[in-house]
Design a protein around this ligand. Structure first.
Ligand code: ADP
Ligand code: MG
Length: 428
């Protein structure tokens, strides 16, 4: 632990300067007395002063003495400027100020955090190794021109910046010449990349069934025109692929609608139990086909949340369908109310199927992510179900919890905040 400094810097500075002056005067006296016998007393005194001045000049520009001097000689308005520097430092904008040699004379706290080191005194070329930045700074210094440019910094990690370079006429004459303000565009770039990825993925997902349909139609019009035996088979494929396209378009539309509404928190009061029952009955046909039995154990008390009925139904429908599709033929599926978080209802959907590799769990809610694409497609999957679930839960201020043991099955728990207590009585 460091001890607090007992003396304020200005007092220390004055003391230091006094000591120095006393030493100098003593030296002057000694040298004057030594020189006096050689000539007149006035000559001795003059020599003494000269000797003192020479000594003073010869003194090293050592830290404490010079700092002391500068503190004493700093006029009040300049000390106010020092305090202003504190304000400038705290401005929530990452920016640097450069001098006429393109060296950093000021770096705001936010810029220091972005660069992950203190670049004070360094040439801008060693702070950002981007030729475009250097060129803009050079232009600002030479011609006083302003410029905005994008560049990529590789250290401490890869980031995309937009830099605004502005020439200034010395705030302190001969000091501040260029302001370089930074905007971190990394996240925006990532969002752009995600959007482009999404469009590419969606087009690809649609093109595959479309190509199958076109191929079948051409075959039916050409070589298989009179092939009655195969015609039904081809028509079945067309039907299946068209249904896949319809599911994809439906899911894409749902996703975009939910995203648009994501910031609008639902206000209707809904009981989760009947919605869950409706989702189960909508999936009964599929469960019968695969031999899965779905059992539900809930509280008798209503499970009231603020929600959008259709969206809540979609959450349960997607999770139960997944449990049936990936839960293994003939296995049970158990739906229970999970407690443990007093402020929330947790509806857990447990299957005893293939399970999921734990490293892939964080990716399951990404759009079009499937552990096994072929398997998902063969079961009518679009790869969008869990992305939709996640967005709906976010809109409801809830979240999805996924636990799984490969080979033993998975539990998907949808957590919803309970509606406030008075809302219960409103409903009853
Ligand atoms: N209950 C589950 N058990 C095992 N894997 C699952 C389960 N639910 C989802 N998955 C995996 O997560 C992927 C994404 O699910 P989802 O977004 O619903 O897409 P889809 O079901 O259309 O493939 C699935 O393809 C599957 O690999
Ligand atoms: Mg699904």
């Amino acid at each position: 632990m460091t001890q607090p400094d007992p003396l304020p810097p200005l007092v220390k500075a004055v003391t230091a300067t006094r000591i120095r002056d006393m030493v100098l005067m003593a030296m002057a006296g000694v040298s004057g007395a030594w020189l006096a016998p050689m000539g007149s007393p006035a000559g001795g005194a003059l020599m003494a002063i000269l000797a003192a001045s020479a000594l003073r000049l010869a003194m090293p520009k050592g830290a404490w003495l010079w700092r002391a001097e500068s503190l004493i000689s700093t006029p009040t308005h300049k000390r106010a400027t020092n305090r202003n520097a504190d304000i400038l430092d705290r401005l929530p904008i990452p920016y640097l100020i450069l001098d006429a040699e393109a060296r950093v004379v000021f770096c705001s706290a936010d810029a220091t955090a972005l660069i992950a080191r203190d670049p004070l005194g360094q040439h801008i070329a060693s702070v950002f190794r981007a030729p475009a930045v250097l060129a803009a700074v050079d232009q600002a210094l030479a011609k006083g021109t302003d410029e905005s440019l994008d560049f990529t910094a590789l250290r401490p990690k890869q980031r995309h910046f937009r830099a605004s370079v502005r020439a200034v006429n010395g705030i302190e004459q001969g000091e501040a010449r260029v302001i370089l303000a930074l905007s971190d565009m990394t996240q925006m770039r990532q969002l752009d990349a995600m959007r482009m990825d999404f469009v590419a993925n969606a087009s690809h997902e649609l093109r595959t069934p479309l190509a199958a349909i076109t191929g079948m139609v051409e075959t039916l019009q050409g070589p298989a025109r009179d092939d009655t035996a195969n015609r039904d088979r081809f028509l079945k494929i067309i039907e299946r692929e068209a249904a896949r396209m319809a599911r994809l378009v439906d899911d894409l539309l749902s996703l975009s609608r939910i995203e648009l509404q994501e910031n609008i928190i639902p206000t209707d009061l809904e009981d989760l139990a009947p919605i869950l029952a409706e989702a189960i009955s909508a999936t009964t046909a599929l469960a019968t086909e695969t031999g899965n039995t779905v059992t539900v154990t809930l509280d008798t008390a209503p499970l009231i949340v603020r929600g959008d009925r259709d969206d809540l139904l979609r959450v349960f429908h997607n999770l139960i369908t997944n449990a049936i599709k990936y839960g293994g033929t003939g296995n049970p599926i158990k739906i229970t109310l999970t407690t443990g978080k007093p402020s929330h209802f947790g509806i857990a959907i447990r299957d005893y199927g293939i399970g999921i590799d734990p490293t892939l769990i964080p990716r399951l809610t990404e759009r079009f992510f499937r552990v096994n694409k072929g398997e998902s497609i063969s079961r009518g999957g679009t790869g969008l179900g869990l992305a939709i679930v996640k967005h709906i839960l976010t809109r409801h201020q809830g979240y999805l919890q996924i636990e799984s043991v490969p080979g033993q099955g998975s539990t998907f728990t949808a957590w919803f905040p309970k509606a406030e207590n008075d809302a219960y009585s409103d409903l009853q």
